[in-house]
Ligand binder design. Structure first.
Ligand SMILES: Cc1cc2nc3c(=O)[nH]c(=O)nc-3n(C[C@H](O)[C@H](O)[C@H](O)COP(=O)(O)OP(=O)(O)OC[C@H]3O[C@@H](n4cnc5c(N)ncnc54)[C@H](O)[C@@H]3O)c2cc1C
Length: 429
């Protein structure tokens, strides 16, 4: 049996930073006050990448790119106001840090999320969204969820915002291998101690050349004195993230307009040329710490931890652990290396919305959004569906990040209030 809730004007699926910024915008923007809205989040409370809260890790963004400042610096939901509330504003200034720790930014998000506790149904996973047709018009959506006890719940909504983040990308070579041999970074902290602590000289392969790979590699070397960590990456070197000022403009709001207006092919080329602002790159400071660690090993004449750059994984065999066949991209030679555990820092796919909205797929002919993140739907749809965080191809590299969350939220709320659905929904002032 399903429990049915009262119909809403707007439901948001997922309550990560993107929909949290949307909640802040809905609470603050004139005209949105009379909307009845709520969110459904599968986690038991607000958590932000909780399995990658590695001690001391920092965010890759200025604290000014918080939930509100870019939209309205006078909002009570700014990071500066959070610091003020916590009595740390002066101490934070003394730190002279542009990028807070991940732990502090999570605490900030959680502090902001606490203002919306009565709007969020935590511990419920959305399983499907169905169109509700009346007289040939789809003016409502049915959102089907399941809670931790297995109970099924049904909600009706006039409009929908999907912001469900990424799902772990597992390379085909690692699919189907024993679960105790493989960890994706998205579950690193939950599984780290169980698989490495007190297990003796565990041979850990960390696969990937980006920030998460470097963080996990370094964490293993520091936390588990008996473990032997090997970082395996395809590129010839760990590369620093380019966060120089001109390049950083790729994350500005104006860049979204420019990118969106481009022809598809030119846009693809531009995004590819700027990928090293976010993908397969590492904090300069962390690269230096890793290099210094390897150098200290050479001084001590030990080679417990290694960085194997320029290696592509040709095959993976499960035999007394894992055997990885690694091709050296310079010499072409293939060498086999044995490990007890592989930690995959292989990124995320941003396609979960396709499964959630599969019930509408036949009507949509794709999952393309317009400039204001609204899914293109047939004229028979008066319901509006917005997608956040899965539009990198059309909106550029900031799409999966925190960079423009408040402005994107404002654009979505503005579009919602524009009343372009044929139903009466006008701004009130
Ligand atoms: C380790 C790590 C560090 C990062 N650091 C930065 C950074 O410093 N700066 C930056 O700009 N970006 C960073 N990013 C990028 C990251 O995507 C954004 O920071 C941010 O999390 C995007 O917010 P989101 O709400 O779109 O997605 P998420 O934060 O992934 O939130 C999505 C939410 O939806 C929920 N959900 C998913 N499916 C369902 C469902 N079916 N039903 C109900 N709920 C569901 C999830 O539980 C989750 O809470 C980082 C990413 C990672 C992995």
């Amino acid at each position: 049996m399903r429990m049915t809730h009262k119909e809403k004007d707007l439901i948001g699926i997922g309550f990560g930073p993107a929909n949290l910024a949307l909640a802040v915008a809905l609470a603050e923007m004139p005209g949105a006050k009379r909307l009845d809205w709520g969110f459904v989040e599968r986690q038991d409370g607000f958590h932000w990448h909780r399995d990658m809260q590695i001690e001391g890790s920092t965010v890759q963004i200025s604290f000014l790119k918080d939930l509100a400042t870019l939209r309205d610096p006078t909002s009570p939901f700014t990071f500066v106001n959070y610091l003020h509330h916590k009595g740390r504003l002066e101490s934070f200034i003394n730190l002279k840090q542009d990028a807070p720790t991940r732990e502090e930014f999570t605490d900030y998000f959680r502090w902001a999320a606490a203002a919306f506790t009565d709007r969020v149904s935590y511990g419920e996973t959305v399983e499907a969204v169905e169109p509700v047709a009346r007289n040939g018009t789809v003016s409502r959506l049915r959102v089907l969820t399941r809670d931790a006890s297995g109970a099924r719940i049904e909600r009706l909504t006039r409009d929908l915002v999907v912001a469900v983040g990424g799902r772990p990308r597992i390379p085909a070579l690692f699919e189907g291998l024993g679960e105790d041999r493989i960890i994706h970074t998205s579950s690193y902290l939950s599984r780290r101690d169980d698989r490495i602590a007190g297990q003796g000289p565990v041979r850990v392969a960390v696969i990937g050349g980006g920030q998460s790979a470097a963080e996990v590699f370094y964490d293993v070397t520091q936390r588990f004195p008996e473990a032997a960590a090997t970082l395996i990456l395809r590129d010839h070197a760990l590369r620093p993230a380019d966060d120089s000022p001109f390049v950083n403009e790729v994350f500005d709001a104006a860049f979204v307009d420019a990118v969106h207006a481009m022809e598809a092919e030119a846009r693809r080329d531009l995004i590819a040329s700027m990928r090293n602002t976010n993908y397969a790159v590492v904090n300069h400071d962390l690269i230096e710490r890793i290099y210094a660690l390897l150098y200290r090993q050479r001084v001590a004449d030990t080679e417990r931890h290694r960085v194997l750059a320029g290696r592509s994984i040709e095959a993976v065999h499960e035999r007394n652990g894992l055997i990885l066949d690694l091709r050296d991209s310079v010499t072409g030679a293939v060498a086999s290396e044995g490990f007890d555990l592989a930690i995959l820092a292989t990124g995320y796919r941003h396609d979960s919305h396709e499964r959630l909205l599969a019930g509408l797929a036949a009507d949509l002919g794709g999952f393309e959004v317009d400039r204001f993140y609204r899914l293109k739907t047939p004229t028979s749809y008066t319901t509006r569906i917005y997608l956040q965080g899965c539009n990198e191809r059309s909106h550029g590299l900031s799409d999966t990040l925190l960079s423009i969350l408040p402005l994107r939220a404002a654009e979505i709320v503005g579009d919602l209030l524009s009343g372009q659905t044929g139903r009466a929904l006008a701004p009130t002032g």
